[in-house]
Write a protein that binds this ligand. Structure first.
Ligand code: 9M3
Length: 645
């Protein structure tokens, strides 16, 4: 019988853990019904609800939290488990059918119970099994939880403290929202390592939550990280004690120099990138502060000076060994770096020009998050609005789209028969976990309906090959933007190499350009799922012969080293401003040239230092080719003098 005050109804699997020492371990499919006052479960199924089997008044609920999949004992029939702790130490474990359902139930129940009096600030993220907790190995069933719970308690609750009779947590802990180390209860049992000291981070971008359970971030504010066991989504507490998930790349750890959050500070920026950004802004005194690549541990101020010619000057911030004060010019010393910068923003103080404002690209641009939220990589087509076509790829049309009506994305709609869909879906979850500022982010896949849709980060300037052809002249006036573009691709590829992930079709056409000349590698690994002989066979008309290494041509042997070969060709594309390699050769002649060790010529006006790097990528023996890590160092070392050769 449906009732109007039913908030959610789902058929899920339950395990009941009773009070006794030997918990009853039966798993039953039940129809769970959440109303404003209680959680009930029934026999039967969604179309025919049977006998009522149990009921929990929501006022008795103390914890609603997910159980970590990794901490579930093997006999649990499913993942996606969450727990409802209620009354005095009773726990109901419920297994949802997928992550989204789990997420929805947890957040709906947390919302429904948020004003409960007895909410516990800590919970166990594992299960009670075989006489111990699978998360913290404590052997007392009533041992305090080892992780802070998502207790969005009202201010009144915080002041009054917990009126619970439950003995898991003493009342005074209400002041301390951070995890306390588990209490050792049995000296002989192995105990887990105590949780590391709480990490305080500063938001470097605003973040607006897109899912229940996410926490809003405000740029410049501090947050305490309560769980960073996953790489890309962390749990954090804000100053008001509200907890939720945040994208880990939107925050940076507070440093002793206190620079995170300053609009002019950019931690990981190469000299080339700094020069390219500043020159692109083309404003006298435009500046930024970055970690020095030449002398690690020190900072460099890079500033644009327009007279007599446009140049970027780099100044090391030095420290006086006597009083530890910072300076650019010995005459003016300061106890902190922000004070030093503030001084030079108002006075030349020995610099070629006064420091003015940092580039807009540093202050405005927020990176892609990894997936839309914690574990959300399945996307429903109802969350997508499709807009104009951006072009066609190997799998069909790619459109500009909006996710949840507010975030621009690119949506690839799979043409029927163009992709080996099942294999791709299996891999997609792993691919959404790859995250780097120079990789086009795969946000998720809409695969419950056909055609499948792949949702990725949108890049406003399209592919790099066309970009070079149309904007190349401007970029080539000063060649450091070209080195910078190569360096950005190299950084993204170095991350793929480190993640043991092979691109298999690296080329300028498969890189995309965003705002401020940002370049990202796109469609990595997708060639494995192409169903088209013209593309997959090395004799097919669409096979990327001109980017293929000798071992790929001969034995289809793909590796990070064959990616390196392709990267050399991509550098050649960059320095010819988007020309097609081997312009006058047909495919048979290309294969003949490559297998005989003959390479592309040095593009006109390409610095010799850059061409030397390309040639290393084209070593016949893959083992003699450098790694992307090696190349990163070499590209970084390309000096102004290379342009004068
Ligand atoms: C079209 C096609 C992309 C647009 O989907 C692919 C694709 C698929 C598979 C492969 C393998 C490796 C398997 C062979 C290769 C490619 N390609 C494709 C990636 C896009 C695209 N994606 N475009 C954009 N963003 C994303 N994420 N942005 C974009 C594209 C075009 C314009 C603007 C933005 C555009 O119209 N212009 C014209 C005006 O000047 C700016 C560019």
């Amino acid at each position: 019988m449906e009732s109007r005050d039913e908030i959610k109804v789902s058929l899920m699997t339950k395990r009941n853990l009773g009070k006794g020492r030997i918990p009853n371990t039966d798993y039953k499919d039940r129809v769970f019904v959440l109303t404003r006052g209680k959680l009930s479960y029934y026999e039967g199924n969604l179309s025919k609800r049977g006998k009522l089997k149990g009921e929990i008044p929501l006022s008795a609920v103390k914890v609603i939290e997910k159980v970590d999949d990794d901490l579930l004992p093997k006999d649990f029939p499913k993942d996606n488990c969450f727990q409802v702790c209620y009354e005095d130490s009773l726990t109901l474990y419920i297994m949802a059918n997928d992550k989204q359902e789990q997420e929805e139930w947890v957040s709906l129940m947390q919302e429904a119970c948020k004003n409960n009096n007895g909410l516990l600030p800590m919970f166990h993220c594992g299960v009670w099994q075989g006489g111990q907790w699978s998360c913290c190995r404590q052997v007392d069933k009533n041992a305090p939880g080892c992780k802070p719970a998502f207790t969005q308690r009202s201010p009144a609750d915080k002041e009054n403290g917990s009126s619970t009779t439950n003995n898991r947590r003493p009342g005074k802990v209400k002041k301390d929202p951070l995890p306390a180390p588990p209490v050792p209860v049995h000296a002989k049992r192995p105990l887990p390592a105590p949780p590391p000291a709480a990490k305080v981070v500063v938001a470097v971008y605003d973040y607006e939550p897109s899912q229940p359970g996410d926490l809003e971030l405000k740029k410049g504010e501090e947050y305490t990280i309560t769980d960073n066991s996953r790489t890309h989504w962390w749990k954090a507490l804000n100053r008001e004690g509200v907890q939720g998930f945040i994208p880990s790349n939107y925050v940076q750890e507070k440093t002793e120099k206190g620079l995170i959050g300053e609009g002019w500070y950019c931690k990981d920026m190469s000299r080339q990138r700094a020069e390219a950004l500043l020159k692109q802004e083309d404003r006298e005194g435009c500046f930024l502060v970055r970690d020095s690549t030449a002398s690690p541990g020190t900072l460099t101020v890079s500033v644009l000076c327009k007279t007599p010619q446009t140049t970027v000057r780099h100044y090391h911030i030095k420290q006086n060994p006597r009083d530890s004060k910072y300076f650019l010019s010995e005459k003016y010393t300061f106890p902190t770096i922000p004070e030093l910068i503030n001084y030079h923003q108002h006075n030349g103080g020995g610099l070629v020009t006064r420091l003015r404002l940092p580039p807009a690209a540093l202050t405005g641009y927020a990176p892609a998050t990894l997936g839309f939220s914690q574990d959300k990589w399945e996307i429903s087509s109802t969350e997508l609005t499709l807009m104009k076509p951006l072009g066609s790829g190997q799998f069909g049309v790619v459109r500009l789209g909006k996710f949840q009506g507010r975030m621009l994305v690119a949506v690839k709609t799979m043409r029927e028969g163009s992709m080996c869909e099942d294999d791709f879906i299996e891999e997609a979850k792993t691919m959404t976990k790859l995250q780097h500022p120079n990789l086009v982010q795969l946000y998720g896949v809409c695969f419950k309906e056909r055609p499948i849709q792949i949702v990725t980060e949108y890049m406003c300037n399209g592919n790099m090959s066309s970009y070079l052809r149309s904007k190349g002249r401007e970029l080539a006036e000063d060649r450091s933007p070209l080195v910078d573009m190569c360096q950005q691709v190299c950084s993204g590829m170095e991350y793929l190499e480190r993640s043991q992930f092979i691109h298999r079709d690296l080329a300028a056409r498969n890189c995309l350009v965003g705002e401020h000349n940002i370049v990202k590698v796109s469609d990595f690994g997708l060639s494995r799922y192409v169903l088209d002989d013209e593309y997959t066979s090395s004799t097919g008309s669409k096979f990327p012969i001109k980017w293929a290494s000798p071992e790929v041509l001969e034995f289809s042997r793909f590796s990070s080293k064959s990616d390196i070969w392709a990267f050399g060709i991509l550098m050649w594309e960059v320095f010819t401003l988007g020309k097609t390699p081997y312009p006058n050769l047909n495919t048979t002649d290309v294969v003949r040239q490559v297998t005989h060790g003959k390479h592309l010529d040095r593009p006109q006006r390409c610095p010799h230092g850059v061409y030397r790097i390309m040639k290393q990528c084209w070593e016949k023996d893959p083992m003699r080719r450098p790694t992307f890590k090696d190349l990163q160092g070499q590209i970084e070392d390309i000096q102004e003098k290379d342009y004068c050769e």
